[in-house]
Design a protein around this ligand. Sequence first.
Ligand SMILES: [Zn+2]
Length: 130
Amino acid sequence: MNLTRIFTEQLCPVCGYQLKFTPWAEQDKERHCPCCGIHFGDDDAEESKRDATYLKWRERWIGDGLRWWSKDPEPADFNPSFQLARLDFLSAELADQCPMKYRKLRIAWSVGCGITAVMFCVLWVRSYWW
Ligand SMILES: [Zn+2]
């Protein structure tokens, strides 16, 4: 999960809800996602486990039936499946931009080209002596 991008877009990394704040931007404030109820800076305090935490929360939220968490009334345009689709879309888009994609294929191609170049050098040198 590219959390930087998700946070920049002010989306909840658990449920994809459009937040009205950037998670982790103001750590002194109490920040809950009104949709799934995750408490940024508390439930996800451990940075190394953040991705796993969000996925676990998402599974639980989905398992609980995609319910609105906050006591405030849910927005008229509340659409959990759209939120999840938006998160998926964003993740897929980011995976496409990932510079590590096709890394092994590019390495194999470079090695192949290198071997071919060496073989041509050998043939060229041999053509003078034999
Ligand atoms: Zn949420």
